[in-house]
Design a protein around this ligand. Structure first.
Ligand code: C2E
Ligand code: CA
Ligand code: CA
Length: 747
């Protein structure tokens, strides 16, 4: 902010203490320099103008007898109003050289110049008069008192006008520039401090002064907001403590009357808008402000008033942007800023934690939103009360809080301890449980946003595997998360580039060996020819938004394949398609299925959907209706990987199902001594419930026979056929149609 001020004051220092005595600048005088090698002219001029006042100010004469003396004085007298200059001195051109010096070296643009010469023949060219902005040309014989006075008055008026214009220009520039500075100020104190500096600059005085404002909105108590110079010690004091009664009085008058007040002591300016929070500034200035100053001050005050209002507005906006209104804590954006600041100061030894309230959304649903809001507030308070006061606490997600502080203050155990006691909400003791992601900051921490990402990775992992506990972020976790993110972007690209395709695995009746179905399985061959197994990329797609379109694509492709097979007369009874719980979540899923069937002219009976026990996360009623609707259209439903999940038997009984698929882990162990027990149990269960039972992963004839003898209806596996791409499948189907050997009879 110092720049405009420096500029105004700079020239006072630029002039070295010279050999010629320069009279102290008295503001109430016009400075006039007489340059002439003839002492008589000096005397005559003094005599003619003795005691004269021009526009209320007296005149002080400076005298130079040659070019060198004149130069020295010129350099030291920036506010010289007029030079009365002898054209011919040491040399014929000495006078004109001095004119050039005045304008170009001394930089005195406002100073007026009147040339004088003894002989009329020495009149300068018209061009010279224009070039050097010379006011007048007079022969010395014309210098009667009357003529001199007229010349002097005209020149000084002209000088004053030029100065006023210049001051205006500089003042306006200053105001415009200071506006930009002020908009960057955040604290009211800094703002007020800036006002003093700018005003002092505008008035050309030292930055001495003070700003005060109402201590409370609408109250009559005033407080000093900023002060400089002799008032410096008054900062933050009530205005009453100001010893100078006159200054105090002026400030009160300005504040209460919304007006500017000036006296011999200085000026008190009212800055503000009539809506509280206004300010008054006192500036200690010896001179009463000139008209030019006054109009500039008006512009300044209005401008600053606007800025003050804007600043308050900005501050409110800032609060909205960086403050969580619900719980009264900083928000995510503000937290990231705090992190960045902490990193800049050195992050080592600091810790960042994300604290997540377990089952918040369930609580919200059951107890209502009002209760939920109160719970969020109670947790905010709990964290605030339990952690050291300098800890940064923010609300960074709906039910997630960010905590930042020294590691010794916010180690994970301390955070978990915050949940030990229940919170009281409307008289109900609500038991708390937190899950935390924790990051110990390293010296090379990159950015707040990145750290927050690390913490979220740890939190996600904790929520997945360690609910109610914490996970500390490690490089390993980060690498895993990055790999997943990388895989997702690759998968997206593969999907777009159609590098995903389906393979088909036959399903046979174990008794009759009839081909009953094909299971469509997704394949991803990367650009460099590697295969990524679906159990790796399907979970990644499920966690992103990609599963829905991907699943939709699988369904469409499988149905088109089924249509082709029907047209070729090679089709089995049905095509089985794996469906992710993410797809089922979409209320339009059943409609999508209907559309695809219609597009490919398939009947419902041509399609089977394989779901896993993970669908148990969906609301039972919703799941039941959706599945029942699908079955009503002829689509059959299989429960995949049966026995590996957690579904209860009653769940299994209630769901409208057609088929159970025994997971291949239970099939594989069938030939071991105690191996068949689970497969047997699942088979019997399925039969009791009236479902078909299909065994996955049949890798040899022995297993096939064992399964068949325990009553399992159907099977699939490498022993029958590998999943095959379109061409291999067609070959395989044609071979079968031609009556070639069955897998069983091969053994
Ligand atoms: P899943 O649905 O249980 O699919 C059967 C998996 O067993 C397939 O693995 C298949 O190649 C494999 N398999 C078949 N016969 C044998 C055998 O005799 N021995 C052994 N060891 N394995 C056999 P794949 O294709 O790698 O698929 C893995 C899982 O990925 C699938 O398990 C399924 O959960 C998922 N998946 C595959 N395609 C899709 C899809 O289009 N949508 C969805 N949502 N999931 C899919
Ligand atoms: Ca399956
Ligand atoms: Ca399976």
């Amino acid at each position: 902010m110092g720049q405009p001020h420096d500029e105004l004051f700079a020239f006072e220092d630029e002039h070295p203490e010279g050999g010629v005595a320069v009279p102290a600048r008295a503001a109430r005088e016009w400075l006039v320099l007489v340059v002439d090698d003839d002492d008589d002219v000096h005397q005559a001029t003094l005599f003619a103008l003795d005691g004269v006042q021009v526009f209320g100010r007296s005149i002080r004469f400076l005298h130079a007898y040659n070019g060198a003396q004149a130069r020295e004085l010129l350099l030291q007298t920036p506010d010289l109003a007029l030079v009365l200059l002898d054209v011919v001195m040491e040399t014929e051109s000495a006078g004109l050289e001095l004119v050039d010096f005045i304008r170009n070296q001394a930089g005195l643009k406002a100073t007026r110049i009147v040339l004088r010469t003894g002989q009329p023949g020495y009149a300068p060219e018209h061009e010279t008069i224009l070039r050097y902005d010379i006011n007048d040309y007079k022969t010395k014989s014309e210098l009667t008192r009357h003529k001199l006075l007229t010349t002097l008055t005209t020149a000084i008026r002209s000088y004053e006008q030029i100065c006023a214009i210049e001051a205006n220009r500089r003042g306006l520039e200053l105001i415009v520039r200071s506006s930009a500075d002020f908009m960057e100020e955040t604290g009211l104190h800094t703002f007020a401090q800036g006002v003093i500096t700018q005003l002092a600059g505008l008035l050309g005085t030292a930055p001495e002064g003070l700003v005060c404002a109402q201590a409370e909105r609408g109250g009559l108590v005033y407080k000093v907001l900023a002060a400089a110079g002799q008032f410096a010690h008054l900062i933050d004091q009530p205005l009453d403590t100001l010893p100078q009664a006159e200054v105090r009085q002026m400030l009160l008058q300005a504040l209460q009357g919304h007006e500017n007040v000036s006296s011999a002591a200085g000026v008190a300016l009212y800055v503000g808008y009539r809506n509280g929070n206004d300010m008054a500034v006192f500036i200690d200035t010896q001179d009463a402000p000139t008209d030019t100053d006054r109009s500039l001050l008006d512009v300044f005050c209005v401008n600053i008033g606007n800025l003050l209002r804007n600043r308050n507005l900005m501050q409110r906006l800032h609060e909205f942007a960086f403050y969580d209104q619900l719980v009264g804590l900083p928000n995510r954006a503000s937290f990231v800023e705090s992190l960045d600041r902490r990193i800049a100061q050195g992050a080592l030894g600091q810790a960042l934690a994300l604290v997540d309230i377990d089952d918040f959304s369930a609580t919200n649903d059951v107890m209502g939103h009002r209760f939920g809001d109160l719970l969020l507030n109670a947790v905010a308070r709990r964290l605030r009360d339990s952690l050291p006061p300098q800890t940064v606490i923010a609300r960074i997600g709906s039910d997630t809080y960010g905590v930042l502080g020294p590691q010794e203050d916010i180690h994970p155990e301390a955070l978990m301890a915050c949940a030990r006691l229940p919170v009281q909400i409307e008289g109900i003791a609500h038991k708390l449980s937190f899950t935390c992601g924790y990051v110990a900051l390293q010296a090379d921490a990159s950015s707040g946003a990145d750290l927050l990402k690390d913490a979220s990775i740890a939190l996600k992992r904790a929520k997945k595997d360690h609910k109610g506990h914490y996970v500390i972020f490690s490089a390993h976790l980060g690498a895993e998360a990055r790999a997943r993110a990388y895989m997702l972007s690759e998968l997206r690209a593969a999907f777009d580039a159609e590098r995903l395709y389906l393979v088909y695995q036959p399903q046979l009746d174990l008794e009759t060996q009839e081909l009953i179905g094909l299971e469509a399985l997704l394949r991803w061959r990367t650009e460099d020819g590697r295969f990524v197994p679906p159990d790796q990329f399907i979970p990644v797609a499920e966690r992103s938004g990609l599963m829905a379109p991907l699943g939709q694509w699988v369904l469409g492709s499988a149905c088109r394949m089924m249509r082709d097979l029907l047209d070729m007369g090679l089709a089995p009874r049905r095509m089985a398609v794996n469906v992710s719980v993410v797809q089922l979540q979409d209320q339009a899923f059943a409609d999508h299925v209907g559309e695809v069937l219609a597009q490919t002219r398939l009947q419902g009976g041509h399609l089977e959907l394989e779901i896993t026990e993970s669908v148990a996360v969906l609301p039972t009623a919703y799941l039941e209706t959706t599945l029942a609707g699908l079955r009503a259209s002829g689509v059959s439903i299989a429960i995949d990987d049966f026995g590996t999940g957690y579904s209860s038997l009653s769940y299994l009984e209630r769901l409208p199902l057609d088929r159970i698929k025994i997971d291949r882990t239970f099939v594989r162990q069938i030939t071991e001594p105690r191996g068949p027990r689970i497969a047997e149990m699942v088979t019997q269960l399925g039969r009791k419930l009236g479902l078909r039972v299909l065994a996955e992963g049949i890798e040899d004839a022995e297993v096939w026979i064992a399964l068949r003898s325990m009553g399992c209806h159907e099977g699939q596996g490498y022993h029958i056929a590998q999943p095959m791409d379109r061409d291999s499948l067609l070959k395989w189907l044609r071979l079968r149609a031609s009556g070639a050997t069955s897998p069983l009879s091969a053994h």
